[in-house]
Design a protein around this ligand. Structure first.
Ligand code: ZN
Length: 183
C-alpha cells in the first residue's frame, strides 16, 4: 500500500471540540484502512528521512476527531527503543486507573493539530491503565507510563473535545511546577 499523508484539522476547527460517539463493530473496510494510514503517518513522522521526504511534523498520537471523524478511537505509535515502534490502536477507550503521581514534559506538550509552540504545565498522571478494543473488536488493556501515559491521556482528551492547552493555567502557566515531576 502506498503512503498517504493525512489531512489533520487545525486547532481552530470546531470539529475538534465535539464529543465523540462509540464505534460499532465490526469496523468497515474504510475504517481499518484509515487506522493503518494513521499508523503509517505517525511512524513515518518519527523517522527522520521519511518525515523530511513527506513533510511530516513528528508526532506519536492521532485521534479520530483530528481527521474530522466524530468517533471514539485513537492511535499511538511509541518508539520504545531507537528505531523500534509499538502501535496502540484503542477503540472506545476508558481510563480505568491512574497513579497519584503527576508528571509533565519539560518542553511542553505538542499536538499535530496545534501548529505553534505553547508553553506551560500540562498536568498528567505518571501512569494510567486504559481499556478498549482493537480493530477486530477484541478487548485490550494497556498500561502506560511516562511519555506513553501522557500520549494516552492527550489522545483520550481529544475524544472529549479537549486540547492540551485547555489544561494549562491561563494566568500562571507554570503554577503547578512544584507539584509534579518533569520528564
Ligand atoms: Zn493532539
Amino acid at each position: 500500500m502506498s503512503f498517504k499523508k493525512l489531512d489533520i484539522l487545525d486547532e481552530k476547527d470546531k470539529r475538534l471540540r465535539m464529543k465523540c460517539h462509540d464505534v460499532i463493530f465490526p469496523l468497515s473496510k474504510e475504517r481499518k484502512k484509515l487506522i493503518q494510514q494513521m499508523i503509517d503517518h505517525l511512524t513515518y513522522s518519527q523517522i527522520e528521512d521519511l518525515s523530511i521526504k513527506y513533510d511530516l511534523r513528528p508526532g506519536m498520537g492521532l485521534a479520530a476527531p483530528q481527521l474530522g471523524i466524530n468517533e471514539n478511537f485513537f492511535v499511538v505509535v511509541h518508539e520504545y527503543e531507537e528505531g523500534k515502534f509499538h502501535n496502540y490502536v484503542i477503540i472506545n477507550p476508558k481510563i480505568v486507573s491512574y497513579s497519584e503521581e503527576k508528571i509533565c514534559t519539560s518542553t511542553g506538550e505538542g499536538c499535530l493539530s496545534v501548529n505553534r509552540d505553547i508553553e506551560g504545565i500540562v498536568p498528567r498522571y505518571a501512569r494510567v491503565t486504559i481499556e478498549g478494543f482493537d480493530e477486530m473488536g477484541n478487548k485490550v488493556k494497556f498500561r502506560g507510563r511516562e511519555e506513553l501515559s501522557i500520549a494516552f491521556q492527550h489522545e483520550y482528551d481529544h475524544l472529549n473535545g479537549i486540547l492540551f492547552f485547555d489544561r494549562i493555567d491561563k494566568d500562571n502557566p507554570f503554577k503547578d511546577k512544584d507539584n509534579m515531576r518533569m520528564i
